[in-house]
Design a protein around this ligand. Sequence first.
Ligand code: UD1
Length: 361
Amino acid sequence: MLKIMHIVGARPNFPKVAPIMAEMSKRPDLFDQVLVHTGQHYDYNMSQVFFEHLEMPAPDEYLNVGSASHAAQTAAIMVSFEPIVLKHRPDCVVVVGDVNSTVACALVCAKLGVRVAHVEAGLRSNDRTMPEEINRLLTDQISDLLFTPSKDGNENLIREGIDPAKIHFVGNVMIDTLIKLLPKALHRNKLRDFGLKPKEYILVTLHRPSNVDDPGVLRGILQAMAEISRDVPVIFPVHPRTRSRIHELNESIPNGTLQLVDPLGYLDFLALMNAAGLVLTDSGGIQEETTYLGVPCLTARPNTERPITVIEGTNRLVGSCCEELVEAMRKSFSRRDVLPRRPELWDGQAAARIAEVMLKM
Ligand code: UD1
């Protein structure tokens, strides 16, 4: 029997851990599972709603760390997490993605001599101004098992001197969740609630510090959305970080076909993404989900740690200034010439491959 401890903390972690837990729960004779939630995200619509939509069990341990600076948040997670590891004594701790909870928990385990498995290993933007890039680099260096979603991940890890025996190309766990829940998402008819028609609107999500923390950049982005929304309805579920920055700008958002709404749960967001004519984002996961769905995506960033979504998928990088965004949105909206390929092993079986590797461990 293997005792596996899973870590979740922030919104993008939930759809990655859910399929791994579901897979392992099929084999209760082989896997004993513990779920730890650091509490990095804590609002209902940033956390609890995902447990409901993804049918995840309630966490066994909740660390309640909340928001703080990077140093304070990472340190708080480490201090609270160490006694949890000592209490449960897992054989392996599974961390996912690249948030502060990921690196904090991996570091605690490495120091205690507890094995760490990193799911979504090897992704690199090669941009160390992004906090997530630091989290990815450090987590990969101290992990014992590295599960990559695409082969560029393997190449990056090998270039950084990681032992190839630790690296396993398993595919994309988030796509496991998407494949499983898309039919359910489509049943909920969320488009009608927002007055949107399939392929006739743009869906926007932005929360990166580089886009929302600088008032000049944020103002330009909002202007671009106001302008494009004269022609095409725009729906923008607003992340709490972005919400407070918009509030600080103290500017009125023009009333029109630009709808700013609260963050959505997994199923409703998936439905909106699936039927969008275009998605504008700076998220990591949404670049992948739109690629799988074949929906045109613009990523408002100078680089991506997920180049496969540009090379094989529907993703294009775009600058964050107003003119560039408006022009790119006009060009990309409902593009019919995209013939995306679904990347290798994005097939709904990534979690099963992870469980298999763990059993051989
Ligand atoms: C974090 C991740 C980022 C991920 C994003 C997804 C890191 C370094 N960043 O960024 O990689 O893409 O989550 O959402 O781990 N807040 C609330 N309620 C919440 C959570 C946050 O109001 O439930 C507000 C707080 O004011 C907080 C701010 O949002 O200070 C930012 O939250 P934080 O977790 O620090 O970073 P994110 O921007 O969410």
